[in-house]
Design a protein around this ligand. Structure first.
Ligand SMILES: C[S@@+](CC[C@H](N)C(=O)[O-])C[C@H]1O[C@@H](n2cnc3c(N)ncnc32)[C@H](O)[C@@H]1O
Length: 287
């Protein structure tokens, strides 16, 4: 008798689930993809990155970055998260207290945004946050994603500006027996307390220095390097690495490069490479 009742109960439950799909198990959670697009449009984007965009329910992307990817974004829900959330406090000339407040306010807004993203993920949606180059190098996307569990995130690697730049230079960053390749930003290299420390200490070694975001501070950077390195140390600048119509390479030395780039207007899209690797050889048989 008892068994009969339990069986009837089970059948009843099953029928209820079938009749009310709202009561069925929730969909599997979606993923938050951080997608590296490479340095210069779809030609340099991996197939995996393009596939990820295709399967995304929501694409988060700065409008400028979206321009060369229009074909892949058609029919997609695309949203620019930076417009509301991002601010550069350096540009605002703020007092320390005002700066702290502004940053705290932005973090609050970001946390709210991430809450909304989590709701979408729990509904089974896939979200793709697009970024240029290699997403793990100098990318503000990591600020945006704060609060998401690692388990919810997948990073799709992208070709970095460093790789496209070395290709444009036709040199190996590890060439000429370089003992290291240093990726840095001008501002990080010229530390706050002792701006010369890295230049002074690293000049003891044969290495390759690669600078992101360095064009605005190039005078300062070169003057610091010149104090500790010979003037004939090779330097190259690659503007718009990877862009078929805009890429430009300027080569010189610590002594000559500044004069050579005087006519250049571009102050953002350029990589500065310093080191003997620029003169080669790229690799030797006995290495
Ligand atoms: C915020 S960082 C982003 C770097 C990016 N995640 C990467 O891996 O290439 C921006 C800086 O990267 C460099 N950069 C990015 N794309 C570039 C390109 N196509 N050509 C030259 N420099 C580039 C510039 O130095 C620029 O100021």
């Amino acid at each position: 008798m008892k068994l009969k009742f339990s069986l009837l109960g089970l059948i009843f439950l099953l029928l209820t689930f079938m009749a009310c799909p709202g009561m069925a198990a929730p969909p599997p959670a979606g993923k938050f993809f951080l997608v590296g697009l490479g340095p210069a449009g779809p030609e340099h984007t991996t197939l995996k990155a393009l596939e990820t965009i295709k399967k995304a329910d929501l694409v988060l992307c700065h409008p400028e970055l979206a321009v060369p990817f229009q074909t892949y974004l058609q029919g997609k829900e695309v949203f620019d998260p930076w417009k509301e959330l991002w601010v550069n406090p350096e540009k605002k000339n703020l007092k320390p207290e005002e700066r702290r407040e502004l940053l705290a306010e932005k973090e609050k807004q970001r946390d709210e945004f991430i809450k909304q993203m989590k709701v979408r993920l729990s509904q089974g949606q896939n979200i793709a946050l697009l970024t240029g180059g290699d997403p793990t190098v100098y990318s503000r996307t990591f600020w945006l994603m704060k609060g998401l569990d690692d388990d919810a995130v997948e990073i799709i690697p992208g070709l970095g500006a460093i790789t496209a730049s070395m290709a444009a230079l036709k040199r190996a960053s590890t060439g000429a027996k370089a003992r290291f390749v240093l990726q840095t930003a001008a501002r990080s290299f010229l530390g706050k307390t002792d701006p010369d420390d890295l230049a002074r200490n690293l000049s003891k070694y044969n290495g390759t220095l690669v600078f992101y975001m360095g064009l605005k501070e190039i005078d300062n950077l070169l003057n610091t390097l010149k104090k500790y390195n010979p003037g004939d140390l090779p330097v190259a600048i690659v503007y718009y690495a990877g862009y078929p119509d805009k890429e430009k390479v300027v080569k010189g030395t610590l002594d000559t490069i500044l004069a050579k780039i005087t006519p250049e207007q571009e102050k953002w899209w350029g990589m500065i490479v310093v080191g003997r690797c620029l003169a080669g050889p790229g690799f030797e048989m006995n290495e």
